[in-house]
Design a protein around this ligand. Structure first.
Ligand SMILES: [Zn+2]
Length: 300
């Protein structure tokens, strides 16, 4: 594994979802802490074990895995970890291990008026976020219970319904997928543990997250995918993202006036891109309709 700063290492894991870049997990060696656990494949866990050996550690030296958010590529590995590794996350993360989560996804899929192939790909992605973790085995510690003074946590929702910015030593921030270099599609739809409903003003939440990042004192941003950003490049990326979001909002609101279906709007705004991905444009348009308070445009 790569030592990116003194005592902080990055481990990257390949994902088998074609268009998602490798996911990062970070090791703070002296403290035996992992920031994010990585994906749910046995090969990924094997890689972690090998990487630990390369820095003279074993999995028994890991005390905590701290989660940035609940998405599977970041927390899927928990199922492989021994019970001696405590999980630090918002307690409501348990929602994604419960049957209620699956029911909520089904309820949502029933309500949306989009072509069948869209429905099935959206359903597949949301169902993938279901992660049956044995919470009897893995001790879940909330951010407030985890009191180590060199850590601070800011909990929000925007990229997902359960995002956490982790500040370490007043110098580093671990931001999960709130800001990913080269990617400008980060406001994703998911089901919130608060009300079991898809998002809830997440576009606003996402913009608030970016504003929070802008105001934070930090030197380096350590993202969930791709390379580390210094503060200047992080701020630049935030500005580009906000611009892009404003442009898309404008495009979507003018497309709505000319179309009578969600599918039409998607086609007008995203054109050829839809061949590659439905979920990202779908999330984007949903969040804009939600913000405009016109979800009934496509929900039954
Ligand atoms: Zn994510």
């Amino acid at each position: 594994m790569e030592e990116i700063f003194r005592g902080i290492y990055r481990i990257t894991y390949k994902l088998n979802q074609g268009d998602v870049p490798d996911v990062n997990s970070y090791l703070i060696k002296d403290l035996g802490i992992l920031i994010d656990g990585g994906p749910q494949y046995p090969e990924a866990y094997q890689k972690l074990l090998r990487e630990l050996i390369s820095v003279n550690m074993t999995i028994e030296d890991i005390n905590y895995v701290i989660l940035t958010h609940h998405h599977l590529d970041h927390m899927g590995m928990i199922n492989f970890l021994p019970s001696s590794v405590n999980v630090v996350a918002d307690k409501s993360v348990k929602f994604y291990s419960q049957k209620e989560y699956k029911n909520s996804v089904n309820d949502f899929i029933r309500q949306i008026r989009v072509p069948y192939e869209y429905k099935s790909s959206i359903s597949d992605i949301l169902m993938d976020e279901f992660l049956p973790i044995d919470w009897e085995k893995h001790k879940l510690i909330s951010y407030s219970e985890f009191n180590q003074s060199n850590f601070k946590f800011i909990v929000s929702k925007g990229h997902s319904s359960l995002d956490t910015i982790i500040l370490f030593n007043e110098k580093f921030i671990f931001t999960g997928d709130i800001l990913i270099p080269k990617i400008f599609f980060n406001c994703l739809i998911d089901i919130s543990p608060e009300d079991s409903k898809p998002s809830s003003f997440k576009r606003k939440g996402y913009l608030d997250e970016l504003e929070t990042l802008k105001k934070l004192e930090f030197e380096f941003l350590l993202p969930g995918h791709h390379d580390i950003l210094n503060k200047v490049s992080a701020l630049k990326h935030i500005a580009i993202t906000i611009n892009r979001m404003n442009r898309t909002s404008k495009k979507v609101s003018s497309a709505i006036k000319k179309s009578n279906s969600f599918e039409d709007v998607l086609k007008q705004v995203y054109g050829q891109f839809l061949k590659y991905n439905i979920f990202l444009p779908f999330s984007d348009v949903h969040s804009i309709l939600e913000q405009m308070d016109i979800l009934d445009f496509y929900l039954l």
